[in-house]
Design a protein around this ligand. Structure first.
Ligand SMILES: Cc1cc2nc3c(=O)[nH]c(=O)nc-3n(C[C@H](O)[C@H](O)[C@H](O)COP(=O)(O)OP(=O)(O)OC[C@H]3O[C@@H](n4cnc5c(N)ncnc54)[C@H](O)[C@@H]3O)c2cc1C
Length: 243
């Protein structure tokens, strides 16, 4: 009620309240019901306090950090003070703090790959990871792209890479220490192959014991990641070609 005797929400200048300060886990009835229904009691007892913690952060600190990061975009530095090519990217501390929350505090990129996250003796079922992603993106959306590329990059390296490549990169991709972590980027998209990624034309050809890549890629997030994967079959659209 205000001086005019009206409820605030009845005034012409009323603007609906935003979600700042809410706990996005506690206030999400559907999510709570799903967690109660689909998680075993043991697993629920372990993960629910962390979901609640992330739900609180998503409505408060993470939300604040995301707003600050949006106002202080990454800065590309082509050269260092000596004029040498470096092409490094400088991030605002608000972005780095969000990375610590995602990779360090909640291990979203690695929780379904390693045992021990939150003290659980096995890798988390993917459903748990998706719940953490769902909570996180309600505070900050963009960072989930690099986090998810690191998560899926781990799967790719585990399933498809040679032993020496896996040995070289996997341990650090699975780290929860942001100073040690190897984040992963993935080049898939081309001008003629966005939604229809099967239309890609970049190819990889063997040449003297190594692979050479031919063609153009168009879009990639997290381009200063420590591990970069690029999608390039031996033949463009091998499934379509009959020659
Ligand atoms: C924030 C962000 C981060 C990204 N990060 C990466 C990255 O790290 N690595 C990477 O490789 N790419 C990345 N991309 C690119 C992304 O993968 C492509 O933008 C996406 O695949 C869509 O492709 P496109 O932009 O070429 O649009 P198109 O595929 O050309 O689509 C254009 C429009 O047509 C519609 N459309 C497409 N196909 C159909 C269909 N069959 N039926 C009906 N409608 C259709 C789409 O909905 C859209 O409205 C990123 C994009 C964004 C926005």
């Amino acid at each position: 009620m205000n001086d005019s005797g009206m409820n605030t929400s009845q005034r012409a200048d009323w603007v609906a309240p935003d979600c700042a300060g809410l706990n996005f886990y506690d206030c999400d009835q559907g999510l709570n019901l799903g967690v109660a229904r689909y998680l075993s009691a043991d697993l629920r007892a372990v993960v629910e306090p962390h979901m609640r913690e992330l739900g609180q952060l998503a409505g408060s600190r993470l939300d604040e950090l995301a707003r600050v990061a949006d106002r202080h975009r990454p800065v590309l530095h082509h050269r260092d003070a000596y004029g040498r090519d470096v092409d490094s990217i400088e991030y605002h501390p608000s972005f780095t703090e969000m990375e610590r929350i995602a990779y360090g505090q909640f291990s979203i990129h690695r929780m379904s790959h390693v045992a021990g996250v939150f003290g659980w003796p096995e890798p988390m079922p993917p459903l748990i990871k998706y719940i953490f992603q769902y909570l996180f993106v309600q505070g900050e959306f963009g960072l989930m792209c690099p986090v998810s590329m690191t998560d899926t990059g781990i799967t790719l390296l585990r399933n498809t890479s040679t032993r020496d490549v896996a040995d070289k990169y996997l341990a650090q991709m699975l780290s929860d220490d942001i100073e040690q972590l190897y984040r992963c980027a993935q080049f898939l998209t081309e001008q003629g192959a966005g939604s229809d990624v099967g239309n890609i034309e970049v190819v990889a050809k063997p040449d003297g014991g190594q692979w050479r890549i031919f063609g153009d890629k168009w879009f990639c997030s997290s381009t200063d990641a420590e591990v970069i994967l690029l999608l390039a079959p031996r033949k463009a659209r091998p499934w379509a070609a009959k020659d």
